[in-house]
Design a protein around this ligand. Structure first.
Ligand code: GMT
Length: 391
């Protein structure tokens, strides 16, 4: 199968899922063309069958806002024509699903080419951005016209049905996945030393620091925990609320215990050294970072929000506080750390739970769904799948 994967290249779940999926499909023998405005984070340039195509963005002075979606549409048209791409797989609907649909219209009308469209909805493309009035109609139109829609959680599929009137049975829930060779429990002594966290509790939060992540709750919970025990908070990633979070840490008197680490290529080393992972998001369609933390044996504390309960098992691999209730994550974290038996059991359960989300079988589910689009006229059995990989 020849596939174009369209995504955001940024340090965020949808870009990571798209890139790792593209790499996985390329390893299985498919020809994969990744399309974005920059080379995605975690992209492996040495991978066979995988190429990156940059969307060139025009900067004509008349444009106050660059029409990126048009440049992207054009790039998709070129890829289909030059490389015989059979499926365009968009990650994050806005504006990728719209661009893919426009490209297909041009290709059908002018070149008589038919390309299949798949879109993986990731989260705020449905829950925040897509439902904004200025995006809604075109988002609804474009996602309704995809040949395949997937979501990483049942919760997001239900939300899409409610907000965009796509019947639940027309969507496939394929969870996000984690590389268990990379994200696995390991000795974190060296990293703890580096972070000045030897003999202290280490709590980590990883995100793009947007308001939906409620990073202020991370800091206030940490301040509560810090009053009960000696502890360090590692903040990984960057984004609009990072500075505000650091100012809050200053105001609460815990700034010296907070390490702002920025974007990391070796995220697993911090997760392996961490005791707990805080993720108090307002909504979280899945929570890939929570899965990566669990895979390293690090339990998660957050709210029972969105699809997070499909990833974190409350009281078994973490603690999910009821939303909008005045529960104190910091006290719950301290209670857990003061109970070594319960904490040890949670650590072990966390890495076991992550095994359900191992990369290979989940990539195979995507492969099957995408190959079935291309060979819609045939039964999607093992033979036709093999043909699809070597086409
Ligand atoms: O939807 C977003 O906020 C962006 C997106 C991203 O690029 O990080 O995050 C979403 O997709 C991830 C990958 O599927 C999920 O793990 C995140 O839970 C989801 N974020 C939200 O729903 C807030």
């Amino acid at each position: 199968m020849r596939l174009a994967v369209v995504c955001y290249p940024t340090y965020g779940g949808s870009g990571v899922v798209a890139t790792e999926l593209a790499q996985g499909l390329a390893e299985l023998g498919h020809e994969v063309h990744m399309v974005s405005y920059e080379q995605p984070f975690r992209f492996d340039t040495s991978q066979k069958n995988l190429r990156f195509h940059q969307v060139e963005v025009s900067d004509y002075p008349l444009f106050r806002y660059q029409p990126y979606s048009l440049n992207l549409t054009n790039k998709i048209i070129e890829l289909v024509e030059e490389h015989g791409v059979e499926v365009v797989h968009s990650h994050y609907a806005v504006p990728h699903a719209q661009a893919a649909w426009m490209a297909r219209e041009v290709l059908r009308e002018e070149r008589g080419l038919d390309v299949k469209l798949a879109c993986t909805l990731h989260g705020t493309d449905i829950t925040l951005v897509g439902i904004e009035r200025s995006f809604y109609e075109l988002t609804r139109f474009a996602i309704q016209r995809q040949d395949l829609l997937t979501t990483p959680s049942r919760w997001l599929a239900e939300k899409t049905e409610t907000e965009f009137h796509i019947p639940l049975e027309d969507m496939l829930v394929i969870p996000n996945f984690v590389d268990l060779n990379r994200f696995r429990p390991a000795d974190g002594t060296r990293k703890r030393r580096e972070l000045g966290a030897e003999g202290r509790a280490l709590v980590t939060h990883v995100s793009n620091f947007r308001p939906v992540k409620r990073v202020m709750d991370v800091v206030s919970a940490f301040a509560v925990l810090r009053r009960r025990m000696d502890a360090v908070l590692a903040l990984v990633g960057s984004g609009p609320d990072l500075e505000k979070a650091l100012r809050m840490a200053e105001a609460l008197g815990v700034r010296d215990d907070v390490r702002a680490l920025g974007k990391l290529d070796d995220l697993e080393t911090v997760l392996q050294a961490s005791d707990l992972f805080f993720l108090p998001s307002l909504v979280e369609s899945f929570g890939l970072s929570a899965l990566e933390a669990q895979a390293c044996g690090c339990p998660v504390i957050g709210y029972r929000a969105g699809g997070l309960p499909e990833v974190v098992s409350d009281q078994e691999t973490g603690i999910l506080c009821p939303e909008k209730e005045d529960v104190c994550m910091g006290s719950l974290a301290a209670d857990l750390l003061e109970n070594p038996e319960r904490f040890g059991a949670m650590r072990a359960a966390s890495s076991r739970r992550a095994e359900r989300f191992a990369t290979a079988p989940i990539i195979e589910r995507y492969e099957k769904a995408l190959c079935c689009l291309v060979h819609a006229d045939r039964v999607c059995d093992a033979d036709s799948m093999a043909d699809c990989a070597h086409a």
